[in-house]
Design a protein around this ligand. Structure first.
Ligand code: ZN
Length: 308
């Protein structure tokens, strides 16, 4: 993949060298903005590249942009975004892009150390919930927030590429409609349930739980590397017994084996529940996307919460 990209890049550079005398738009950085005043009517609008750092942002942005703006997610499939470390290559990708859309809310503090001019902090487009003294960054797990992120992304893309503003708005509107339908389906499915709590892998589901009126018991912390103490394990197991919970939800991209252990010790079954933080490579290969993850989550929530 990297090799292919390098070859492609070399081809582009070669092509640029050949036609360089006639054109000046070969740099990966956008020049049309700077040259706006000199722009003659023969200049075709150049495709922009927007860099992002979360799968749901990538999904929403790609569905809005289609072929008009290129979207690159620097957090590759299978990588837990809490554990993401910026490489020199990622940094170059960000610097060469026309803009960057970040998660914010304390999840990507490394962004603050870079000087990026065109940046959209999506956490500013939603209402964040508090978790102790910190903010809970998992706002994308609430479908209402996905709708807000969707329109903020569309506006940002339109600002970078005003020629296609109407195209972006139209795609975002269609996507918002789709998301609202899923939201309605969640509401009706999760309305009459026998249980009020679910056991989840890490504390990434508070926005969704709050929206549909259930509670979560989290095995790991807000950061999935926070493993539970023995006392906490005991507490989780006795809460499961008390509430009669028969399912432990597992996130495939989190490596901790504690959720399976709890399931084994309590006789509960293990079911998948996506935190939507990322896809793993297998899912990506199988064509799983954000909408499929939301649909699958609802099926499994319905079972765990014992809804009618
Ligand atoms: Zn998380």
């Amino acid at each position: 993949m990297v090799k292919n990209m390098t070859t492609k890049k070399s081809a582009v550079i070669l092509l640029c060298a050949v036609i360089g005398l006639f054109l000046t738009a070969c740099s990966p950085k956008d020049k049309s903005e700077k040259n706006d005043t000199n722009a003659s009517n023969v200049i075709v609008s150049q495709q922009k590249t927007i860099v992002v750092n979360l799968y749901p942002i990538e999904f929403l942005a790609k569905s809005i942009a289609k072929d008009k703006t290129k979207i690159i997610n620097i957090v590759k499939y299978g990588i837990e975004p809490h554990e993401f470390e910026l490489s020199l290559n990622d940094r170059k990708t960000i610097e060469e892009g026309s803009g960057f859309i970040r998660i914010g809310a304390g999840m990507d503090g490394w962004v603050d150390k870079l000087s990026i001019q065109n940046i959209l902090d999506l956490s500013k487009s939603v209402e964040l919930r508090k978790n102790g003294n910190d903010l809970d960054p998992h706002y994308w797990s609430g479908i209402g927030n996905l709708v807000k992120m969707n329109s903020a992304i569309a506006e940002f893309l339109a600002k970078q590429d005003p020629v296609n503003a109407q195209f972006y708005k139209q795609n975002a509107d269609e996507q918002a409609k789709k998301l609202s339908q899923i939201d309605e389906k969640y509401r009706s499915t999760l309305a009459g349930c026998g249980k009020k709590k679910v056991v989840v892998t890490h504390e990434a589901y508070e926005y969704i739980a709050g929206r549909y009126g259930f509670e979560t018991i989290s095995v790991l912390g807000v950061e999935p590397e926070e493993e539970p103490s023995l006392a906490k394990l005991k507490e989780i197991k006795s809460a499961m017994k008390k509430e009669g919970l028969k399912v432990v939800f597992l996130e495939r991209i989190v490596s901790s084996k504690v959720p399976q252990l709890i399931a084994k010790e309590t006789g509960a079954s293990v079911k998948p529940l996506y935190s939507l933080e990322n896809l793993d490579e297998q899912d990506a290969k199988n064509g799983v996307d954000l909408i499929k993850m939301l649909d699958d989550n609802l099926v499994n929530l319905k079972v765990a919460l014992e809804c009618k």
